[in-house]
Write a protein that binds this ligand. Structure first.
Ligand SMILES: [Zn+2]
Ligand SMILES: [Zn+2]
Length: 145
């Protein structure tokens, strides 16, 4: 991927496994459309957003790109599940927006869907904003967990 976000550092968008192994090379695992959209939401809302915070000592580390050493993915492997998430394809982020509930962010996205740089899917009824750039043929596609 060629796009570099204005508002996010790489370590906010990948797990520590990937960051420690690939460093800056890990940018290539992302879909440009996902990172451009993340930056667009951050810029347009004008509020700080958190994806991962492990680099600053927090416990969030699977909300951007996930690898096979990440717990969610590892658990699926061990239990014999087939798992293809947009989080392992570099197309998804889970975010918190400062001062807004996830449901409020979803409403705001719905109101602004015609301005979105790319079509997105968002997950309903979760306490964080999950969006990904899987193109469902509409600007904003809502899916259930
Ligand atoms: Zn990982
Ligand atoms: Zn997610």
């Amino acid at each position: 991927m060629l796009y570099r976000p204005q508002f996010f550092k790489l370590y906010e968008l990948v797990c520590p496994h990937v960051y420690n192994k690939f460093g800056d090379g890990a940018w290539r695992f992302f879909d440009d459309e996902a990172v451009i959209t993340l930056d667009w939401i951050r810029r347009t809302l004008g509020k700080p957003m958190t994806v991962n915070n492990w680099h600053d000592g927090g416990n969030l580390d699977e909300r951007g790109l996930r690898c096979i050493q990440c717990k969610i993915v590892k658990d699926k492997c061990i239990s014999g599940h087939v798992y293809v998430s947009t989080h392992i394809l570099g197309k998804a982020f889970d975010c918190d927006v400062e001062g807004m509930e996830a449901s409020e962010v979803r409403v705001w996205l719905a109101m602004n869907k015609s301005k979105l740089p790319y079509p997105i899917r968002i997950e309903n009824h979760v306490s964080w904003l999950h969006f990904d750039v899987e193109d469902m043929g509409v600007p904003l596609y809502l899916f259930e967990p």
